[in-house]
Every structure is written in structure tokens, then in C-alpha cells.
Design a protein around this ligand. Structure first.
Ligand SMILES: *[C@@H]1O[C@H](CO)[C@@H](O)[C@H](O)[C@H]1NC(C)=O
Ligand SMILES: *[C@@H]1O[C@H](CO)[C@@H](O)[C@H](O)[C@H]1NC(C)=O
Ligand SMILES: *[C@@H]1O[C@H](CO)[C@@H](O)[C@H](O)[C@H]1NC(C)=O
Ligand SMILES: *[C@@H]1O[C@H](CO)[C@@H](O)[C@H](O)[C@H]1NC(C)=O
Ligand SMILES: *[C@@H]1O[C@H](CO)[C@@H](O)[C@H](O)[C@H]1NC(C)=O
Length: 492
């Protein structure tokens, strides 16, 4: 026990205090896991660790010893199995050299079978007996030091050091002679103890390798659809401070062939786990450039377009509805259906402010007449729209709502003569309010947040802090892994 304390203390002493503000070079989405989050992760790690340790079978132990008045006893202990592990106290500590997890005062229950044969000159044929026993280990201490580094866009978890030390061990025999009990205590106790220590150490080594394999297998790019993907490569090494771990991913949208080169982002960012005074487990921050890259990529992919052939006021989509207002339209194309083609003329400008996300977009609204299976563009109106987007979390879903701030419109060209500006304004207003915004708001509703293996965000709050928008959240088991299953199909 003394040994362990020294061993881990020496590690902790090596851990210098480091400033919690360190810049990442080009990470546009960062995650900071606070003390509270680390505690949660540690408890989860221990819980999963215990699951892998329970039912572990220890190797058979055989020994021969001379027992006074009895003779030479050959004793075999077999089917030694860990039945239960209880952890009372555990701690996680972070320093520059790594992450230290220490479990103290753990209790381990084991069961085993025993068997002996005794032979002596008094008993030429020998005697033998067998039975079961239970073992209780108390005051067990386990410690491990982990290192987390980024390598070629993925995270690498390695085990720097680990140890397992059994405190006290007691044996309870079901049956058996008094001398056997004494023999087990005298000649076997230490062997059993080191066998337990070895088995648990092996499980730790294996467990960390498994965890590392999971990290290595994380995708570097997630395809959102056929042409657009999100770069989820890790950048820079995780920044460890005494109260948090910060990681960053590139986080920019890219078209399969293009790479977005950000203009405004130069100085790196300050990692902070502050959530406006709220104790949250994790803070995920998204830089404005993430939205800018999305805007550019979707624009270049020709995705910022929509055709409206249904309106609240359907009469507006037939030339007859315009008979008295634009007589020349009705004269040239009597009673023809119309459609409205809305297409962005430049990538939308998206800015994160201190209270919402602002979007300015320029669109060309083309009025098409449908005649004899042909689409005939008859007029085009240029519109500049500014809108604000508020983000909300409902359950495990992210939901955005767009509000129209203002718009201006002018006639770009027309084959049906001059259109009255008041007319244009009211048409555009109607199209924006009754078709475009409801459509976009519907699209922005209920975007499920990632849910991994049943664990999802809970009690999430949104913080706007130009040029970042942050989600401060707790993690909990939600069981609803619908999103992960659905979307893992797209993971490349
Ligand atoms: C963590 O480090 C900061 C300085 O960076 C220090 O003020 C604070 O007391 C430290 N906290 C703990 C728990 O050691
Ligand atoms: C757990 O630890 C607390 C104090 O840290 C102690 O009072 C309690 O007896 C321990 N429980 C067990 C089962 O060891
Ligand atoms: C993804 O991000 C990493 C790190 O910033 C970068 O090295 C890599 O080139 C990016 N990949 C693409 C396809 O943009
Ligand atoms: C919509 O208009 C854009 C240009 O303004 C054009 O490129 C696109 O082909 C049109 N789409 C349809 C379906 O007419
Ligand atoms: C979250 O979104 C999913 C699917 O998009 C939906 O089924 C669920 O009802 C939503 N939950 C809430 C609380 O809005």
C-alpha cells in the first residue's frame, strides 16, 4: 500500500500546473471537457472496466508443502474467478504529462475450488479432499497514467504507467481442515494476491488498447451527402490543464475535391471551459468559419436553389392571377401555370454575433411560365435578404429558427415590360414569408445532436460569443441511439 502511494505521488509531482489558455492552429470546432465531465468519463471508464474484470478467470495455482503431523500436501486451487468489484473512491487528475486515474479502497470478491492430496508413511494410499472457498480482497488500489496525443488527424491514447496493489486478502473455506486453512494463508495468500494484481493489470492494458482502437477508427471525414463532407480530423494535441481537457477538430465543410481556406481566422483561439458560471460537463464551440465554409461549399455545389410551384395563395402561380396587375403577362401566356425559381447569386454571409447568427443572402428570383412543357423565364428580381437565426435545444435536438429582418428588391430583367416596384415588393414579401422561411425553418427543426452508444447531450445551453457559438452541456445515458445508427451509414 505504501508502495502505491509513493508510485503515484511521484507521477503527480511531475505534473506541472499549466495555463489553461493555449491556442489550436486550425481547429474550428473545439470541445472542452470540464472537471465535471472528466469525473463522468472516469466513472464510465471504471464502470466499463469493472464489466471486463468481472468473470475473469485466474490461472490455476499448485503448490506442495509439508504440513507437520499431516505430511506432504499437494494443493491445487482452480476456477479462481473474480465475482464482483466494488469501487468506493476514485479520482482523476490532469497534468501536462498525462491523465492519472486512481482507485483506492476497492473490494474484490473471488470464488475458487480447492483440492488436496496428502501422502505420508502413515498413509501409504494418501487421503484427498476438495471443496470451494471464497476470497475477499479489500483496500485494493489501482492507478493508471494515460497520455492523449493527436497523430495524423486522429487521437492516440496510450498507457504510460499502471499498477494494481492488493491491500488485504481473506479466505473463507467451505469445509476443509484447519491445517488447510493455515496452509492457504501461509503459502498461498501472496500468490493469490499477485495473481489478482496481474489479472487486473492485464485487463487494464487490454482495455486501453481497445479504447485506443476505437479512437483510431474514428472517421476523419463525415459525408453529409454525396458531395459535401465535414472534416472531423483532430488538429493539434489535446490541451491538458488541471481542470479540463480541450480538443479541437478542423470542423470545416468541404466539397469532396475542394478545401476551404479561411480568411479571417489567424490567431488561434483561447480554450476556456467557462459556461457562464454553469457547471457543465462539456463545452463545444463552433467558429463562425464553419458556417462560412458550409455556405461556400453548398453554394459552389449548386445546392442553394429552390423552385416553388405551390404557394399559400395559389392564384399567384397562374398568369390569370396577374391579369389585371401585369396585363402583358396574361396576354402573352393566358392561363398558364407559373413557378418561382429562387437561387442564391453569391454565397450567403453568415456571422455569429453576441445574441444570434446573422445571415445576409442575395438571391435571384426568376419567374417562370410553364407553357407546353417548357419553362420560360419571364422576369428576374434580385433580392437582398437579411435574417437572424436563433438556435435552441429541445431534448436532444438542435433547432434553428430564422426570422426575416429586412429585404430589398429590384427588377433585374423582364420580358413582360416594366413591373411596378410595389408589386415586386409585395410578391417577394409573400414568397419569403409564406414559402421560403417556413420551408427553411422546417429544415432547421429537430436536427438531432450526436448520440453515441446511448449517451447524449442533456440540459444544453447555447452561448453566443463572437466569433464563436458554444453549446454547454451535460452528458447522460439517453438510450436513444437512433441518430448514430442512421447516420453511421454516411461515415466514410
Ligand atoms: C489550477 O491551475 C490554476 C492556475 O493555472 C490555479 O489557479 C488553480 O488553483 C489550480 N487548481 C487546482 C485544483 O490545482
Ligand atoms: C468508502 O469510503 C468512505 C470514506 O471515504 C468510508 O467511510 C466507507 O466506509 C467506505 N466504504 C467501503 C465499503 O469501504
Ligand atoms: C482536414 O483537416 C486537416 C487538419 O486541419 C487538414 O490537414 C486536411 O487537409 C483537411 N482535409 C480536407 C480534405 O480538407
Ligand atoms: C433556376 O435559376 C438558376 C439561375 O438563376 C438556373 O441556373 C437554374 O437552372 C434554374 N432552375 C430551374 C429548375 O429552372
Ligand atoms: C427530435 O427529433 C426527432 C427526429 O428528428 C423527433 O422524432 C423527436 O420527436 C424530436 N424530439 C423533440 C423533443 O423535439
Amino acid at each position: 500500500m505504501k508502495l502505491l502511494n509513493l508510485f503515484f505521488l511521484s507521477h503527480l509531482l511531475l505534473i506541472p500546473t499549466i495555463a489553461s489558455n493555449q491556442p489550436f492552429e486550425d481547429g474550428f470546432i473545439s470541445g472542452v471537457i470540464s472537471n465535471k465531465g472528466l469525473d463522468f468519463a472516469k466513472d464510465l471508464l471504471i464502470e466499463k472496466g469493472i464489466e471486463t474484470i468481472v468473470f475473469v478467470k485466474l490461472p490455476k495455482i499448485e503448490n506442495t508443502a509439508y504440513v507437520p503431523l499431516v505430511g506432504n500436501a499437494k494443493v491445487t486451487l482452480s476456477d479462481i474467478m473474480i465475482k464482483d468489484v466494488q469501487v468506493n473512491t476514485s479520482n482523476i487528475m490532469i497534468g501536462e504529462s498525462g491523465i492519472v486515474v486512481v482507485v483506492t479502497g476497492a473490494i474484490v470478491d473471488l470464488s475458487m475450488k480447492w483440492k488436496y492430496t496428502v501422502s505420508s508413511w502413515l498413509l501409504p494410499f494418501g487421503i484427498s479432499d476438495s471443496g470451494t472457498a471464497s476470497i475477499k480482497v479489500t483496500g485494493m488500489q489501482v492507478g493508471l497514467t494515460l497520455n492523449l496525443k493527436s497523430k495524423d488527424g486522429t487521437l492516440k491514447l496510450s498507457l504510460l504507467d499502471h499498477g494494481c496493489y492488493v491491500g488485504d486478502l481473506s479466505i473463507k473455506l467451505d469445509g476443509g481442515a484447519a491445517w488447510l486453512y493455515q496452509l492457504l494463508v501461509d503459502a498461498f495468500q501472496d500468490i493469490i494476491a499477485s495473481s489478482v494484481e496481474e489479472a487486473i493489470s492485464d485487463q487494464i492494458t487490454e482495455g486501453i488498447v481497445k479504447l485506443d482502437n476505437i479512437l483510431q477508427a474514428l472517421p476523419k471525414q463525415v459525408s453529409l451527402d454525396k458531395t459535401v463532407s465535414l472534416n472531423v480530423s483532430f488538429v493539434g494535441n489535446p490541451v491538458l490543464s488541471n481542470s479540463s481537457i480541450a480538443i479541437a477538430i478542423n470542423g470545416l465543410f468541404a466539397r469532396t475535391s475542394e478545401v476551404f481556406v479561411p480568411q479571417s481566422y489567424k490567431n488561434g483561439f483561447k480554450v476556456s471551459s467557462a459556461c457562464g458560471g454553469l457547471p457543465k460537463m462539456i463545452k463545444v464551440s463552433i467558429h463562425e468559419d464553419v458556417f462560412k465554409s458550409a455556405s461556400l461549399v453548398y453554394f459552389n455545389a449548386g445546392k442553394l436553389q429552390m423552385v416553388i410551384d405551390e404557394l399559400h395563395d395559389q392564384a399567384l402561380l397562374n398568369t390569370a392571377g396577374w391579369r389585371f396587375i401585369v396585363p402583358q403577362l396574361y396576354k402573352r401566356y393566358p392561363n398558364d401555370d407559373m413557378q418561382i425559381n429562387i437561387s442564391a447569386s453569391s454565397p450567403p454571409v453568415i456571422q455569429v454575433s453576441y445574441q444570434d447568427i446573422g445571415a445576409t443572402l442575395s438571391v435571384d428570383i426568376t419567374i417562370d411560365v410553364l407553357e407546353g412543357g417548357e419553362i420560360i423565364p419571364v422576369a428576374c428580381i434580385s433580392v437582398d435578404v437579411s435574417a437572424s437565426c436563433g438556435v435552441e435545444i429541445i431534448g436532444n435536438n438542435l433547432s434553428g429558427s430564422l426570422k426575416l429582418q429586412q429585404f430589398s428588391a429590384y427588377l433585374k430583367w423582364s420580358k413582360i415590360g416594366k413591373l411596378h416596384i410595389r408589386l415586386i415588393q409585395s410578391l417577394i414579401s409573400s414568397v419569403l414569408k409564406t414559402a421560403v422561411l417556413p420551408y427553411l425553418n422546417h429544415q432547421l427543426k429537430s436536427l438531432p445532436l450526436p448520440n453515441i452508444d446511448g449517451y447524449g447531450f442533456q440540459n444544453t445551453v447555447i452561448l453566443y460569443n463572437y466569433p464563436w457559438i458554444s453549446l454547454c452541456s451535460d452528458f447522460s445515458f439517453t438510450e436513444d441511439d437512433y441518430y448514430f445508427i442512421q447516420h453511421s451509414n454516411y461515415v466514410s
